[in-house]
Structures are given as structure tokens and as C-alpha cells.
Write a protein that binds this ligand. Structure first.
Ligand code: SAM
Length: 283
């Protein structure tokens, strides 16, 4: 069936495939100094944010991504107090992190203020915790921020980035991970959104390799399902020094906040990888 202008389509050149959402209208279009930010109202998925033609999030399914970028890594750390988000300008990951009462400080470093302003307007539910006194929103290059940060000063780094093209490119390589390793010290953990295991397997492998080359002794990918991303099947990759599948199970089993996707069983299951991924990724 031919798609007319009432459909938004993201074309994935690597898989020669496309994912489309039927739209009611375009709500916002802006060329920021860094990227083109668009917001559409869709028929069935609420609002849709697009950056440089790539889907960032929809109202309907962003909870899966944001919960899985925040909760597994936070529960894998014995006592996370200081958290840094690189990217994440829509503020959905920030909201999830702030649900953890042991977190004392979260700094979100997104290069593009236009993303946050659009999110405040069109995804206000994601921005409901932005005034939490524990949160600081900075608009700066995350690569530069990490270079300037003190050694051993952060417990968790969450790289909630765009794809590795444009301003996000330098967030997927060894020099950036080396800076993260230095800033995290021995106990700290990193999670990076690491794309689709089906479509972007080489990139996923290169993320593991780069993290290990940068000094992280262990890396593990976890998987989850976001229909509006290419293939609908997505990963995050955690890097640290010890067994990354260990977590504060009792706390995860007795969540003291609302989660729509995350629970202790999902946490554990998300690390179970199909054979082709076990073979492709380092132990
Ligand atoms: N959930 C999304 C996904 O995987 O498609 C990511 C969403 S979040 C909107 C991505 C953010 O990364 C954007 O707001 C973009 O401005 C930010 N970003 C890209 N490169 C960056 C950099 N070098 N430093 C800080 N933020 C960056």
C-alpha cells in the first residue's frame, strides 16, 4: 500500500525497511544549531518526536525505553547517589531516575536545549520531575562535560543518545568511554542505548569492544521491545567491573514507585540472550 503524507515513515537504510505511524498533523518543526527537531500528533501513538528524520519517542511506548535505560543499571549498583545522563533531553530517563529515593543528584547534559523545550510542551508528563531539587539540566556537549568531570565523581552514567551520526557520533567510541571509566571509578556503571540487535549487530559488537578497550572489565547487553524503533527490538549495554547481572533483587521486588514495564523478573530476563547474540557478543 502506498503511503501518503498522512503517514510519517522512518526509513532504515541498513535493513531497507520502514516503520510508519499515521499522523493527524505536524505540531512542531525547528532547525536547531545541532539538528532538526519535529513533533507530530499521531492517530494512535500520541505525540511523536523525530530528530533528523529518526524516531526518538512516542507518548505510547517511550515508557519501555526510559524504564529500561534507568532501572536495571540503578538496581545493579549497591547505592547509586550521583547519576549523569548524557543526552536524554526529552527528560523521560531523568523522570525514572528521580523515582529512586537513594539518588541524591542527577545531572542531565544534552547538547540541544530545543529538545527539552519541545518535550516540555508536547510531552509534559516526561518533564514532571524537572523541578526536583536533585535535578540539574545542562545544555552542553556531553563529550566535553565528561572530559571536564572529576575522577571517581559519578556512580552511574546513562548515555541516552541519538544514533551514532551527527552530534551523537562521539558518544560511541573509545575516547568517550575512557573518560566515563575515569569519572566512574571502580564501582561505577555505564549504560549506553545500543540500538537493534537484529539490524545493528556490528554496531552493538563495536560498543562492547570499545567499552572493554576503554577499561571496563565486563559488558552485558539487555534487551527490550520498543515498537516505534527499527525492528521493534532494542538493547542497552551496561559496562562495569564485576558481574553486571547481580542486582538489588529485594529492592526491585518491592518497588516503592510505579513502573509499567520494569520489575525484578523483567530485569533478570532482559539479560537472557538468544544464541546468535551470545555468539556475537563477548562473555
Ligand atoms: N530515546 C532516543 C533514541 O534512542 O532514539 C534518544 C532520545 S534523546 C532525545 C537523544 C538526545 O541525545 C538528543 O536530545 C540529542 O540532543 C542528544 N545528544 C546527541 N549528541 C549529544 C552530545 N554529544 N552531547 C549531549 N547530548 C547529545
Amino acid at each position: 500500500m502506498a503511503l501518503d503524507t498522512s503517514w510519517f515513515s522512518e526509513i532504515d537504510d541498513e535493513a531497507d525497511s520502514a516503520f510508519s505511524l499515521k499522523i493527524k498533523r505536524k505540531l512542531h518543526e525547528e532547525q536547531s544549531p545541532f539538528q532538526k527537531v519535529e513533533v507530530y500528533e499521531t492517530e494512535k501513538f500520541g505525540n511523536l518526536m523525530v530528530i533528523d528524520g529518526f524516531t526518538m519517542l512516542t507518548s505510547r511506548d517511550n515508557f519501555v525505553y526510559h524504564e529500561m535505560m534507568a532501572h536495571p543499571v540503578l538496581f545493579a549498583h549497591p547505592n547509586p547517589k550521583n547519576v549523569v545522563i548524557i543526552g536524554g533531553g526529552d527528560c523521560g530517563t531523568l523522570r525514572e531516575i528521580l523515582k529512586h529515593s537513594n539518588v541524591e543528584k542527577v545531572i542531565q547534559v544534552d547538547i540541544d536545549e530545543a529538545v527539552t523545550r519541545a518535550s516540555e510542551k508536547y510531552f509534559p508528563e516526561l518533564c514532571e520531575s524537572n523541578d526536583d531539587p536533585r535535578a540539574t539540566l545542562l545544555f552542553d556537549d556531553g563529550i566535553k562535560w565528561m572530559q571536564d568531570a572529576a575522577d571517581n565523581s559519578v556512580d552511574i552514567v546513562i548515555v541516552d543518545s541519538t544514533d551514532p551520526i551527527g552530534p551523537g557520533e562521539g558518544l560511541f567510541n573509545v575516547p568517550f568511554y575512557q573518560q566515563c571509566r575515569r569519572v566512574l571509578g571502580e564501582q561505577g556503571l555505564l549504560i549506553q542505548q545500543s540500538e537493534s540487535p537484529l539490524i545493528h549487530l556490528e554496531l552493538l559488537q563495536s560498543i562492547h569492544n570499545a567499552q572493554r578497550e576503554a577499561g571496563f572489565a565486563t559488558t552485558r547487553s539487555l534487551q527490550f521491545y520498543v515498537m516505534s524503533y527499527p525492528s521493534g527490538w532494542w538493547t542497552g549495554t551496561i559496562a562495569g567491573q564485576g558481574d553486571l547481572t547481580q542486582f538489588r533483587r529485594e529492592d526491585a521486588e518491592n518497588l516503592n514507585f510505579e513502573a509499567l514495564y520494569y520489575n525484578a523478573a523483567v530485569h533478570e530476563a532482559s539479560f537472557a540472550l538468544p544464541n546468535f547474540l551470545q555468539q556475537a557478543l563477548p562473555e
